[in-house]
Design a protein around this ligand. Structure first.
Ligand code: 5AD
Ligand code: SF4
Length: 466
């Protein structure tokens, strides 16, 4: 038989997916993994053995897009050596940049927008082994939420999409343009998926949406998100429910009451303020004031004892003065966040803020970014230190990356904990017949850990025995 390298490459179906950006992208990659496995593809984790490399991308800041271009550039030579391989760009940047990617990176074969993921197997069949370029970006295509519960990277945790898109059009943000209009998934579908996950051994779910608090908008009536939480709380087997992201304009008392009352809903909110200055918030079109935001934080702390808050801030937004920045520093100091993500403003083409001048110097953006990081580090260290001496419930995720003799997991309040486990004695809840001292016995279990030390990002301790 004549050896035909092209044919060999057409038949091989090893896929690598590299994910950039937010949790929504991680979930999309998981869903794409699932659909490709069904079609007989094999997933690999290294470039050398991949016949198809897909980049699931982010457009929220210029830096995120630059990073993907730089990765794609590095693959040019690789592709020359293996002309049969397929390189694809999917997700937000595919939607945003479209044909521009093909012009800049002609070795890319496939561009697949945010609403075309369900067609990926078909598109790959079309492109596989051929020299064709395919551009699949359809603004009107519907999003498929379907997932096979069994195909997920983590046995004990799963992301669950409850809505797609965003209707808020914050003036700086590209998400509504690349992800499309807000659309809530029917409640029964979400409940059925979480039931399926619970039956398959999943203990913790994180509900995902750009603005989960407005879940169900357009369906008539109020309180859809709190009703959803109440229904999911009753599913046997699910021990913890988390949700991201909360938008302050749609956060309400009924949601915070549900967080406070429901045993499975974790005491942690990710509720970005973006700025502490009303002038800046107005230009950002966030539709709340810092007073309203502070009121919500107070309500959350009253209704949910021991709640931790995570936030996002953008520094150096167009027109931000030293005084505006001081308002942000003050807000950060008053809320006492557990952790914050801080970003330098990056103008995005097509957004409303593009018409404002990007007038804050890069040096000033850097300085403000640094100042907020420094302040947050101080607050996080102080807040985390308050946990020393306490015994906290931890869902064990695995062994620590830096020391495989230690375990790692998260508290309900979303602290990362690294801890020792007993060499002998009973593994705690639920007791198993396995040998104590084997770390794998604890993975996916709830254990109690007494905290002995803390940094700004990690708590350290020892597992309580018996
Ligand atoms: N520049 C900088 N940060 C941004 N974000 C969104 N758009 C931009 C932008 N143009 C940040 C916001 C948001 C997070 C996901 O990214 O803080 O909450
Ligand atoms: Fe972007 Fe605002 Fe929508 Fe969040 S709520 S995705 S910041 S437009």
């Amino acid at each position: 038989m004549i050896h035909n390298p092209n044919r060999e490459e057409r038949d091989s179906r090893n896929v690598l997916i590299k994910t950039f950006g937010c949790q929504m992208n991680k979930l999309d990659s998981e869903l794409v993994f699932g659909s490709l496995i069904k079609e007989g593809y094999t997933l690999v984790t290294d470039e050398e053995s991949a016949d198809i490399i897909l980049f699931n991308t982010c457009s929220v800041r210029q830096k995120a897009e630059d990073k993907v271009y730089s990765h794609l550039g590095k693959l040019r030579k690789y592709k020359e050596e293996r002309p049969g391989m397929v390189i694809g760009v999917m997700g937000c940047m595919a939607q945003n940049e479209g044909e521009k990617i093909l012009k800049r990176m002609p070795h890319v074969n496939l561009i697949c927008g945010t609403r075309m993921f369900s067609r990926l197997p078909e598109l790959l069949d079309e492109v596989n082994g051929s020299k064709r370029h395919i551009l699949a970006i359809d603004d009107d295509a519907t999003v498929d939420f379907d997932r096979s519960v069994a195909q997920r990277p983590n046995r004990f945790h799963a992301f669950v999409s409850i809505m797609r898109g965003c209707d808020n059009y914050c003036s700086y943000c590209i998400v509504p343009y690349v992800r499309g209009r807000e659309f809530s998934r029917p409640r029964e579908d979400i409940v059925n998926e979480v039931k399926g996950l619970a039956d398959d051994g999943c203990k913790e779910v994180t509900l995902l949406g750009q603005n989960v608090n407005s879940y169900g908008k357009g369906l008539g009536g109020n309180g859809h998100f709190s009703k959803l939480l109440r229904q999911l709380d009753r599913i046997v087997g699910i021990e913890r429910i988390r949700f991201v992201t909360s938008h302050p304009k749609d956060m309400s008392q009924d949601i915070l009451e549900a967080v406070g009352e429901l045993p499975t809903v974790c005491e942690n909110l990710h509720m970005p303020a973006q700025s502490g200055s009303d002038r800046v918030l107005e230009r950002m079109r966030r539709r709340y004031t810092s007073t309203h935001y502070r009121g919500l934080i107070e309500m959350a702390k009253t209704l949910v004892p021991d709640i931790t808050i995570a936030g996002d801030f953008i520094v150096g937004f167009s027109g931000e003065t030293d005084e505006d920045f001081l308002d942000t520093e003050n807000l950060m100091r008053d809320v006492r966040y557990q952790n914050c993500f801080i970003f330098k403003y990056s103008p995005r083409t097509g957004t409303d803020a593009e018409k404002f001048v990007d007038d804050v110097e890069e040096e000033t953006k850097k300085r403000r970014n640094h100042r907020l990081l420094e302040l947050q580090e101080e607050i996080s260290t102080e807040e985390n230190s308050k946990r020393i001496g306490k015994s906290l419930e931890v869902l064990v995720e695995g062994t620590s990356k830096t020391d495989n003799q230690k375990l790692t997991g998260r508290t309900r309040q979303n602290h990362i904990v690294v801890f020792d486990f007993p060499e002998s004695g009973y593994p705690v809840f639920p007791r198993t017949n396995g040998q104590a001292g084997d770390p794998s016995l604890y993975i996916g279990k709830l254990v109690n850990v007494t905290i002995e030390d803390a940094t700004d990002v990690t708590l350290y301790g020892s597992m309580d025995s018996g």
